[in-house]
Structures are given as C-alpha cells and as structure tokens.
Design a protein. Sequence first.
Length: 115
Amino acid sequence: MPDSTFSVDLYTLLERLDLDQKRKIRDWLTGAIAAQESQMLLEVPQCSTVSVGDRRHYKGKTYQHEKRRCGKSACRCSEGNLSTVGHGPYWYAYWKEGGRLRSQYVGKRPPWIED
C-alpha cells in the first residue's frame, strides 16, 4: 500500500486536472481494472446442463450468468439449444474455500447493482 505522502501527492495532482483529463484517466483505470479482474476469474468446470453468458470477478468471487436445465424429462428445457430453452439466466457465485470450489445461487440481480 502506498504511503500517505504518495496518496496526498496523487490526489493533489488529480485535483489539478481538467475534466477531460480526468475522464481519460477514468477510462484508462476502468480498462486496467477490468483486465486485472479478468485474470482473477476462477476456472469453473462446465457441464452440458449449463450455458454460461457473462462472467465477472467481484469482491473475491467469480460470478457467472447461467442458463440451466432442471433435469425433469417433461420440462421444455430437456431438449433443444440450452441458451434458448434453459431456465434463467440467473447469477451464480463461485469461490475457493479450503481447496474446494464452492458455488451459490445469487438470482436475477448481481450484487454489484444496487436497488
């Protein structure tokens, strides 16, 4: 972590920038953060009953937007292209705990979107 002198100097420099310069820095930081987060994504094993859309890293967990088959033979999801007939999409969280991959149903709304 940078020392407080570094932080104060950085904040002082940023305050002196005009709006266009601040926007350019924001855009660069957004890209740099996204690139770093994409390297942090867990490799979640895929199976034939899950179709993955978007993936994102947030607060130490990998989130996937998934469509799934329920496993009931009479359900509409049992046949056809999973991305069009599956249930969802819903968000699922994945993380490592004690060397094991854990998962949790999140729902329609990802945690980074506030009410």
